[in-house]
Design a protein around this ligand. Structure first.
Ligand code: 16G
Ligand code: MG
Length: 548
């Protein structure tokens, strides 16, 4: 690109989206995420980068999503989506960080350097899809993103308010038209259409009941389900709560993250004993289920439960197809409850891999299987199917014996209902409801597969969270010295004890996870480990206390 064009970029940036803060910002686990008022220049620059990325990918479409997911309303964020709908290639995270942090004066030269470094042909066309969540700061940031795209002569297409997974889906479809139509309507047609199709083959039976309560976290997911609800023809009776009206605040005491971490039901929702409730996060890429029993006890069905439910059903269908050459595997992180890992290994007899936190790591590991089910315990996950699996299933659906064909056709609907690009609360909701319906199960029967070990998560503030380094999929910590030895000593004093610590990728804290045979023990172990972190890794503020 001739220098004059870059000068336009530079002038545009300075006037429209100047860098107003010197706070260093890093492209983390899920993009940039911080207070919304610190982000405008970052988003503009990511618009530039998205164009460069699109050109490196021969003009294929790149996505930009404006969201801070489960964070509270004052935060916002931006992440880039690669052409197949997956997260931005990791080697570009450093480039994104560099571009976000240079001064306005250095933006021109840094942009030029980046173009050279990645060898982008700036004469090619570039296309960028932009989506945003419901935060009041999102429209302004989406406009900054579009300005960045236009500045480098790319073509932005704004989707307005969409869930994060919808944007991933549209990017994938735009680059691979066999996957579907790259619009919100195309998404509904494919996913909801497959659900309605499968429902015709699997009538409601047993203890399954079509009433589902949904906690929309006052975010985008509830709004979209409200659109979908009208087209479900009674196949699923959605009762939607926390839709953003009535003063409900985004993710505040509600939503998947709140429910999972606090192990409490969200506010804003009617409590009916044994009624199953699906709780989404603010941008609808996570989902957990729960129900309260007749004594108001919380029964959480988290990402591990969803993973095991889906994996066991797919295994059943694969047996029905007699497609034994397809290898199904499950991917988890260290946060997976130990009881779920035992159940997967000993009862389901499915291979399981443990990887670092963050969807990109799970997605990558799941690609190693013909059918890879991946879920974080926090409810982020999906299933991905290799071409080999899809082809074989299609062949059996056409040419198999009648029983085989039936199983393969169900599996085909199941695949169509799945958003393979990324974890998707809406798609996962339909998958879960399908399995429960197929089995005639209510939530208590789903829960009865195994008993979770009680667990606790805590966070500790330290001077520099990067003082903590980890290995072995974050299950062991290598620095600061002595911390792992201390954790091992503590864990050894508990029955079924397990604990690990890791620096958060989204907040300036160190996270602590512990599980043990009783809730009291899990709480105590977590607090002891938190104290060890505080003492050995430069704790700030009040030292964590051991619960009475
Ligand atoms: C982000 C990740 C999520 C991970 C979480 C961990 C994506 C799309 N999202 O939300 O997978 O569980 O970060 O947060 O990758 P933490 O590092 O603060 O614990
Ligand atoms: Mg999210």
């Amino acid at each position: 690109m001739p220098p004059s064009s870059l000068r336009v970029v530079y002038a545009f940036a300075r006037e429209m989206h100047p860098k107003t803060s010197d706070v260093f910002i890093q492209y983390g686990t899920a993009g940039f995420r911080t207070k919304a008022n610190l982000l405008e220049h970052v988003v503009y620059r990511m618009g530039l980068l998205a164009v460069i990325r699109s050109r490196v990918k021969n003009g294929r479409t790149i996505g930009m999503m404006i969201t801070a997911s489960h964070n509270l309303e004052p935060d916002n964020g931006v992440k880039l989506v690669d052409p197949d709908g997956e997260m931005l290639e990791q080697s570009w995270e450093e480039i994104a960080t560099r571009l976000a942090n240079v001064s306005d004066n250095d933006l021109e030269s840094t942009t030029e350097q980046v173009i050279k470094q990645v060898n982008a042909d700036m004469s090619l066309k570039a296309s960028v899809f932009i989506g945003m969540d419901t935060r009041y700061t999102s429209p302004r940031l989406a406009a900054a993103a579009a300005n960045g795209v236009i500045a480098l002569k790319g073509t932005p297409k704004e989707f307005g308010i969409v869930t994060t997974p919808m944007l991933h889906y549209c990017v994938k479809c735009r680059n691979d038209n066999t996957y579907g139509t790259p619009t919100e309507e195309g998404y509904y047609e494919k996913i909801v259409g497959a659900f309605k199709n499968i429902r015709q083959k699997l009538p409601v039976c047993g203890n399954y009941n079509t009433t589902l309560y949904v906690d929309g976290a006052n975010g985008v997911g509830g709004k979209k389900l409200n659109i979908i609800r009208k087209s479900l023809d009674g196949e699923l009776d959605l009762n939607l709560f926390n839709l953003g009206g009535n003063g409900g605040k985004l993710n505040l005491n509600c939503g998947a993250d709140f429910v999972k971490v606090s192990q409490k039901p969200p506010v804003g929702i009617e409590h009916v004993p044994f009624q199953r409730v699906a709780s989404l996060d603010g941008d609808a890429d996570r989902i957990v289920y729960y129900y309260l029993d007749d004594k108001d006890n919380m029964n959480l069905l988290d990402g591990d439960r969803i993973a095991t439910l889906l994996a066991s059903y797919i295994t059943e269908l694969l047996k029905g197809c007699e497609a034994s050459e397809l290898q199904l595997g499950l991917v988890q992180t260290a946060y997976a409850n130990g009881a779920s890992t035992n159940y997967i290994t000993n009862d389901l007899k499915v291979p399981v891999t443990c990887v670092k936190t963050g969807v990109k790591h799970l997605h990558h590991a799941a690609l190693a299987y013909d059918i890879g089910v991946y879920f974080e315990a926090n409810g982020h996950g999906t299933v991905i199917y290799s071409d080999k699996a899809k082809k074989l299933i299609a062949k059996i659906a056409q040419e198999g014996e009648p029983e085989q064909r039936k199983a393969a056709q169900l599996l085909q609907n199941f695949i169509d209902m799945t958003n393979e690009t990324v974890g998707d609360a809406i798609s996962d909701l339909f998958l879960v409801e399908t399995v429960l319906c197929a089995r005639g199960h209510d939530a208590t029967q789903w829960m009865s597969a195994y008993s979770d070990l009680p667990c606790r998560q805590l966070k500790v503030t330290v001077r520099d969270r990067n003082a903590i380094s980890t290995t072995d999929a974050e299950r062991q910590c290598t620095s600061p010295e002595g911390l792992q030895t201390r954790i091992d000593e503590l864990v050894a004093t508990y029955t079924d004890g397990r604990a690990f610590v890791r620096p958060s990728g989204t907040e300036d804290v160190v996270r602590v996870y512990a599980e043990a045979d009783t809730q009291q023990s899990a709480d105590k172990l977590a607090a002891e480990v938190a104290q060890a972190v505080f003492d050995l890794a430069g704790g700030v503020g009040a030292r964590p206390e051991i619960p009475a």
